[in-house]
Design a protein around this ligand. Structure first.
Ligand code: SF4
Length: 484
């Protein structure tokens, strides 16, 4: 068991992140001022913040030392870097993003770019100071460029609209989305839920608050209908949703994209696709996750390669200008080679954009520790090879984010042909644009000033959401009334 004793500081989180990255689990004992990693080697480390110096030392006094930074954020980063250096040496392991444990590595790049740093200087810092692997440093720089190009499409006051449909016909084994409600439900529940969501949305867009914003030039620039599997709605509820969007058409007239997450290929039918096109959707997400039937079965996905290929062909035939795909690396039994094979098959189909996800199993799942502890070199190499292949085929990395417990310390990154890729996703992740979210678990965000964001999360449980629509609406209007 590894033990880290804190001296002169109580930055448990900074240390815990690193211990979780290396060993899956870390226990915090605040009273004793220490953390333990049961899966770690037998070792005691002391992480000290002194008046002048910061150090992370073994019992024999060896380990990194550096002058204490004045800035608290830099101090946290330095503590992580030092601990990463010691743990990498002790275990022989390294991770794609080195000591960076944050979920938006491109924010660090943006911060440096805005401060006038050159690309070379940023890359050097990522690799030499934070120990980011060179391939990931390149990815972060390229992804930040794409994110910036997409964000430049937005004008001040532009808004994103998100509708959450939390229904799926069955639940996938790895699902970490808000789908406590995500199993098959009675059709009346679908209908009642959609009716509540539309009431919530229409109340807001009928309010004085919105009219004032609209009069000041506020426009919806992207719509994303996500879930769940929105197209798995019972027919009556599905039509109700489309009728609601039809009523909202004037609001959506200046949207650059209207996206729906079809999600599961086995739910796609020609009739549904035709209705979505009639309703004006320009972008559809079809998510094979893998083209390997064995991996899909192990993940609890009730479809195979054939359904994904057929769904893609149907979406093309229906005339969607943009088809997006999700693939997951690291499904149980998956390797770097299976991921690369999946990307090759996706490229044969030719989506305009695709996101490579690294599996991020649910917190607390027993098998997560085993999976995370699994030797990750092969999967990292698979992600690297897939990224290079996508680049050769003309795709550019775009929105990039990580999750707390993501396999092998990897990332989720969307790769898109030039000018394609979801504006909604980029803007949502950026915290630079206001978001109006309707539906259970949907997030409404108000950017009051750069770096100052207020959030309002809807209840995750759909019954609670339906019961609290009026109260939620009031709080949303209040949030929208706040001046930046
Ligand atoms: S289709 Fe998506 S949202 Fe639905 S259960 Fe599977 S992973 Fe979760």
């Amino acid at each position: 068991m590894l033990e880290v004793r804190l001296r002169g500081h109580a930055l448990f989180f900074a240390v815990q992140d690193l211990l979780q990255l290396f060993f899956g689990r870390a226990e915090t004992d605040e009273a004793a001022g220490l953390l333990r990693a049961p899966r770690g080697p037998t070792l005691v480390l002391t992480s000290t913040v002194g008046e002048e110096e910061v150090s992370t030392l073994r019992a024999d006094g060896r380990g990194p030392r550096a002058p204490r930074p004045a800035d608290e954020r830099l101090l946290r980063r330095l503590l992580r870097v030092q601990l990463y250096e010691v743990l990498a040496r002790e275990t022989g392991r390294s991770f794609p993003w080195g000591s960076l444990t944050g979920i938006r590595p491109t924010w660090l790049v943006r911060e440096r770019r805005l401060a006038g740093w050159s690309q070379l200087a940023i890359a050097r810092e990522l690799v030499r100071f934070y120990h980011v692997m060179p391939a990931r440093a390149r990815l972060a720089l390229a992804a930040e460029r794409t994110e910036r190009q997409q964000l430049d499409l937005l004008k001040p006051g532009d808004v994103l609209l998100y509708l959450h449909i939390p229904f799926c016909p069955s639940r996938c084994g790895y699902c970490s989305f808000v789908t406590a409600t995500g199993v098959a439900r009675p059709a009346t529940e679908h209908r009642d839920y959609v009716a509540a969501l539309l009431r919530d949305m229409e109340d807001f867009f009928g309010s004085d608050v919105w009219h004032r914003r609209a009069a000041a030039g506020c426009r919806i620039r992207a719509l994303y209908v996500g879930g769940g599997t929105p197209i798995s709605l019972a027919p009556e509820a599905f039509e109700l949703l489309l009728a609601g969007l039809d009523r909202a058409a004037p609001l959506l007239a200046e949207a650059r994209e209207l996206t729906i997450e079809a999600g599961r290929p086995d739910c796609v039918t020609p009739a549904i696709l035709a209705r979505l096109r009639e309703a004006g959707f320009t972008r559809i997400c079809i998510n094979p996750q893998s083209f390997d039937d064995h991996l899909l079965a192990a993940a609890g996905r009730p479809h195979g390669r054939r359904e994904s290929e057929a769904a893609f062909a149907l979406a093309r035939a229906a005339g969607f200008p943009e088809i997006h795909m999700d693939l997951i690396g690291g499904l149980p039994g998956g390797t770097g080679a299976t991921l690369l094979a999946d990307v090759r098959r996706a490229l044969e189909l030719g989506p305009e954009s695709l996101t490579l996800h690294a599996l991020a199993p649910k917190r607390g799942a027993d098998w997560w520790e085993t999976e995370n502890f699994r030797e990750s070199t092969d999967l990292v190499a698979g992600f690297d090879a897939a990224t290079r292949l996508l680049r050769r085929r003309g795709y550019r990395p775009g929105p990039l984010y990580r999750q707390k417990r993501i396999l092998a310390g990897l990332e989720n990154c969307t790769h898109a042909l030039p000018g394609r890729g979801g504006l909604y996703n980029t803007a949502m992740l950026s915290d630079e644009a206001d978001v109006l979210g309707f539906g259970a678990s949907a997030m409404t965000k108000r950017v009051l000033a750069p770096g100052r964001v207020k959030r309002l999360a809807a209840p995750r449980d759909l019954r609670l959401y339906m019961a609290r629509v009026a109260e939620l609406g009031r709080r949303r209007r209040e949030l929208w009334e706040e001046n930046g």
